[in-house]
Write a protein that binds this ligand. Structure first.
Ligand SMILES: *Cc1c(COP(=O)(O)O)cnc(C)c1O
Ligand SMILES: [Zn+2]
Length: 414
């Protein structure tokens, strides 16, 4: 069972279809292109048993990904734990809470390894030998690592002021890191020009339709790990808004294929107040996305002019979800809460997801007695600056039992 069911690229606005090639905008209306499939070809063949019989990586759902045959890049990527978060549930006052923990995604500790695996596999199929990206941080590391492992040349473009862990986490792979004076939106604009001129595969520019499909695997895993069930509520961090739309698409596909029942899942989006064009549009009850200049410690989510904002807005509205945003202080508090209750050190984006979920639970937007999944998408070791001065410093003593006794007594230890 490996026949591709990919039908075409289709314009999300006018519906015009294109054959499978490295392109991402409609020639007629400039709408974004999306991969569409002939699901009928899979009816009855793509079963729970088949999926369960495969290795635990994101390719166990390969029929629903836009590649030909076997993956060319990232064969081991994906498949992260779904953690039943009982201590955090208690702290939030909810009954059934799970964390989809992509802070430990293989190989670069963010969900970007999912999108990059698909984008680079497709780039190799198309015959590209140089790959590139415009990144808010995690994408750069993932492109660099996966390109290195596949023997591809890579260029990664980032805003120059990213966290040390993100910069190092790309540079170590011997890639070409280009720091741009400006914000992500400036980086992205430059990359569109470079992609046009240099003929490279830019994972989130000219091969973006394929790239974006990789995000669906987070949703597939979530449902399989819930025992082939869709949750009632799922909270997703938003930068461009792509992940939010693809989690929704993953659920609709599993329902269509009879792999889960329709649980009327509501999809919620999370942003930092310092860069919240999508959540603001949802809260204002409009579908207009007004671009902003970003100013937040959640740098991985700092896209002021989000490419999929309009579609993410629609997903939240149509699914019965909502969106929220929180301050940088609230992000830090949520990072600490997640770490102290569940032993998970998430990056700033993880703080955004949890903090926004907490806010929506308290406001009654998310009910306390139904299943909730939080998508934690990146690792805290890459954004250490955010919490360095927010945790206790080690207490330094000599290697002396007497000195420890004094310390223990001060702590009230018996
Ligand atoms: C890129 C990123 C996201 C969101 O990505 P979208 O552009 O909305 O798909 C979320 N969390 C982390 C940690 C990221 O790096
Ligand atoms: Zn079109």
């Amino acid at each position: 069972m490996s026949e591709s069911i990919v039908r075409a690229l289709k314009c999300r606005e006018c519906g015009h279809e294109y054959k499978i090639e490295p392109t991402h905008v409609c020639e007629f209306c400039f709408g974004p292109l999306e991969v569409v499939y002939d699901y009928d070809k899979l009816q009855g063949k793509f079963t729970r048993e088949l999926i369960e019989s495969r290795p635990q990586n994101m390719w166990r759902y390969k029929e629903l990904l836009p590649i030909d045959g076997e993956p060319k890049v990232g064969a081991n990527n994906g498949y992260t734990p779904l953690v039943k978060a009982d201590r955090l549930a208690k702290a939030l006052g909810v009954k059934e809470l799970y964390i989809k923990n992509d802070s430990v995604c293989y190989p670069t500790l963010s969900f970007k390894d999912r999108v990059v695996s698909v984008a680079l596999s497709k780039a190799v199929e198309f015959g590209f030998t140089t790959v590139a990206c415009a990144s808010t941080g995690n994408l750069a590391g993932s492109v660099a690592a996966n390109a290195a492992a596949a023997g591809l040349e890579s260029y990664v473009f980032i805003p120059e002021d990213l966290e040390q862990g993100k910069v190092l986490g790309a540079a170590i792979f011997g890639t070409n890191v280009i720091g741009i004076r400006g914000q992500y939106d400036d980086v992205n604009r430059l990359c569109s020009e470079v992609a046009g001129k240099y003929g490279w595969a830019f994972v989130n520019v000219n091969v973006r339709p394929f790239y974006a499909e990789g995000s669906k695997t987070l949703g597939y895993e979530m449902m399989e790990q819930l025992g082939w069930k869709a949750p009632k509520h799922v909270v997703v961090p938003m930068a461009s808004g792509s992940l939010c739309t693809k989690v929704d698409k993953s659920i609709k596909e599993f329902i269509k294929l009879g792999l889960v029942e329709d649980n009327q899942t509501a999809v919620y989006g999370a942003q930092a107040t310092g860069c919240s064009p999508i959540s603001k549009s949802v809260k204002d009850g409009t579908d207009m996305i007004h671009p902003v200049k970003a100013n937040t410690i959640a740098k991985s989510l700092a896209i002021g002019n989000p490419a999929d904002g309009y579609y993410a807005n629609k997903v939240m509205k149509e699914s019965g979800g909502y969106a929220e945003d929180i301050s940088d202080e609230e992000i830090i508090a949520a990072m600490k809460l997640l770490a102290e209750t569940e032993g998970i050190f998430a990056e700033t984006a993880g703080g955004v997801t949890l903090g926004c979920a907490q806010k929506m639970i308290e406001s009654g937007r998310i009910p306390r007695d139904e299943s909730i999944v939080l998508c934690i998408t990146g690792n805290g070791l890459k954004t250490q600056e955010a919490v360095l001065n927010e945790v206790n410093k080690p207490r330094i003593i000599n290697a002396s039992l007497k000195e420890f006794d004094v310390l223990a007594e001060a702590d009230g230890v018996q």
